[in-house]
Design a protein around this ligand. Structure first.
Ligand SMILES: [Zn+2]
Length: 198
């Protein structure tokens, strides 16, 4: 036992071997909950049953998938191609010798799920940070229709002479400190999730 261990260290050279966690490349633990959450987000709830079926198989015929998850061919294909557009499922096409047409055979690309989860989180974080920037630079200077039709920054409120373009109600100046707090809280939560994983 100890022998094989030292062989490995020798092979890689001491100092080169680095724990994956040190360089931040350790893949996240992909629970079913995480996988399903992502699949639902990019392709809808029905897609989860498709992934469930092909997840531990390889090159599954599109006809078999439709049959097993009890969906019509059109719906099945639409979902599969949506998944493919995110590279979460890949396929090969083969000609069916008897029938003479092409059939696609599908495989789940699990490795892509973690990347996508990260990407979606990063995008959300960026959007929130932009939103925070807008709110902060207009702090205390937002204007809201009394009927709740819309919300305007100072420049737009001036354009409309402080009257709602929808209903004509006078616009009220709004304290947006609570909005700012909420955005900050969501940013902190997202950052915490990202930290936990690394
Ligand atoms: Zn209004």
């Amino acid at each position: 036992m100890s022998n094989s261990k030292s062989t490995i260290v020798f092979k890689w050279g001491v100092g080169i071997v680095q724990k994956a966690t040190d360089i931040g490349v350790q893949p996240m633990v992909l629970t079913n909950k995480k996988i399903n959450g992502l699949i639902n987000e990019i392709a809808g709830e029905t897609a989860i049953s498709i992934i469930d079926y092909i997840k531990n198989r390889k090159n599954v015929s599109e006809f078999l998938i439709a049959d097993k998850v009890k969906l019509d061919m059109q719906t099945t294909r639409n979902i599969l191609y949506t998944l493919n557009s995110y590279n979460v499922a890949t396929y090969v096409r083969k000609k069916d010798r008897k029938k003479g047409w092409y059939i696609s055979y599908w495989t789940f690309n699990k490795g892509r799920v973690g990347e996508l989860i990260d990407k979606i989180k990063d995008d959300k974080l960026e959007q929130l940070q932009q939103k925070l920037g807008r709110e902060e630079s207009n702090a205390g200077n937002f204007f809201m229709c009394g009927n709740g039709c819309a919300r305007f920054d100072f420049d737009h409120a001036t354009d409309f002479q402080f009257k709602c373009p929808e209903c004509g109600q006078l616009l009220n100046q709004q304290d947006n400190s609570r909005t700012i707090e909420n955005i900050k809280k969501r940013i902190a939560e997202l950052q915490k999730e990202t930290q936990k994983k690394k």
